[in-house]
Design a protein around this ligand. Structure first.
Ligand code: ADE
Ligand code: ZN
Length: 343
């Protein structure tokens, strides 16, 4: 168990969440509330039955449930409420900046207008900023196991509202869907001013991370832990200042590793790569962002080491210089008030 003093320090430490799927924050209770509100029939015997299903054997077994539950999200208010529920929790866990993923192709396939999705998510982030002081950006992700043509169409549909978005990502079932398939889609996203990130090296090989870096020209890699298998790639990642957005509890729940101490985080850090800590799909994986930091503390990471990871997240966020300076000042203030714990 992490001591209450360390756990409290972790929760007040200013941090950015850079790998968070908003649909993955849908708690079972809210899923049922929205299903009732929208008269959507869920294929479970009830809340308890749903709760029993949160055991996964791999990424796909999780995605099956995640996509099923997404069907309860129908109106702009649903998306707004989902964002606000997440931000209230993130606020309690010291998040000052959140760069939020969502899967627009799936919502459109579910019959929801893309503007409804965007309007709801944006309304949630604006209210969240007012209520909790958290600054947010939105990153639509390409669902890589849908056809490339669908990816092209969704970028076309998003392009008129590109100024309201932060970036473009790539997610969903990894193995068999290499990043190189999406070179043109990502080139277009770059042209319309979006930052670029991609999930790679979660279940897939280091080669996929290499493709994300070289073919998609991503600025951050989501997960990326299998980069550790390729020394040359690690050098490139380090030289280009590409941060990895790691998600320890996700990797454990999806059986990427059998035990947290199998994660190569220290080896990545030792090779000079910037690592950040994130929650991925916290409603499914048993913890929000500070719970992920707690898990690393239990593994033996010290508070100074965890503080370095939080500071990394502030440097890796897609914000302008003024905003970064403000976040780093808040971080310095926190470090000053916790200096006895940081020696
Ligand atoms: N979509 C939501 N969570 C994901 C994950 N961990 N990997 C890939 N796609 C996802
Ligand atoms: Zn993810």
């Amino acid at each position: 168990m992490v001591s209450p003093i360390i756990s409290d320090a972790i929760r007040t430490m200013p941090k950015a969440e850079l790998h968070l799927h908003i649909e993955g924050t849908l708690e079972p209770e809210l899923a049922y509330e929205l299903a009732e509100r929208n008269k959507v029939e869920l294929p479970f015997a009830g809340l308890e039955d749903l709760r029993q299903r949160y055991h996964f054997t791999n990424l796909q077994s999780f995605l099956d449930l995640y996509y099923e539950l997404m069907n309860v999200l129908r109106t702009a208010d649903d998306f707004k409420d989902l964002v606000l529920a997440y931000l209230s929790k993130a606020h309690e866990q010291g998040v000052v900046r959140s760069e939020i993923f969502f899967d627009p192709q799936v919502h459109v396939e579910n019959g929801i207008d893309i503007d409804t999705v965007l309007d709801g998510l944006l309304a949630g982030t604006l209210l969240g900023r007012e209520r909790y002081g958290i600054s947010c950006g939105l990153i639509p992700c390409i669902v890589r196991d849908m056809p490339v043509q669908s990816a092209e169409e969704i970028v076309d549909a998003l392009a008129p509202r590109a100024s309201e978005l932060l970036g473009l990502g790539l997610d969903s079932a990894e193995v068999g869907y290499p990043p190189e398939l999406f070179g043109d889609v990502f080139a277009r996203a770059r042209e319309i001013g979006l930052h670029l990130v991609a999930h790679a090296g979660e279940e897939g090989p280091a080669e996929y991370v290499s493709q994300a870096v070289h073919d998609l020209k991503v600025e951050r890699v989501d997960h990326g832990i299998r980069s550790v298998e390729d020394a040359e790639l690690l050098n490139t990642i380090q030289e280009r200042g590409i941060a990895l957005t790691c998600c320890p509890l996700s990797n454990l729940k999806l059986k990427v590793v059998n035990d947290l101490d199998e994660l190569p985080l220290q080896r990545l850090i030792d090779s000079g790569v910037s690592i950040t800590v994130n929650s991925d799909d916290p409603a499914y994986f048993g913890g929000y962002i500070a719970d992920n930091y707690d898990a690393l503390a239990e593994l033996g990471f010290t508070l100074p080491q965890l503080a370095q990871l939080a500071e990394n997240s502030l440097h890796a966020a897609f914000v302008d210089d003024d905003e970064r300076d403000g976040m780093l000042k808040a971080f310095s203030l926190w470090a000053q008030t916790h200096k006895d714990l940081l020696v």
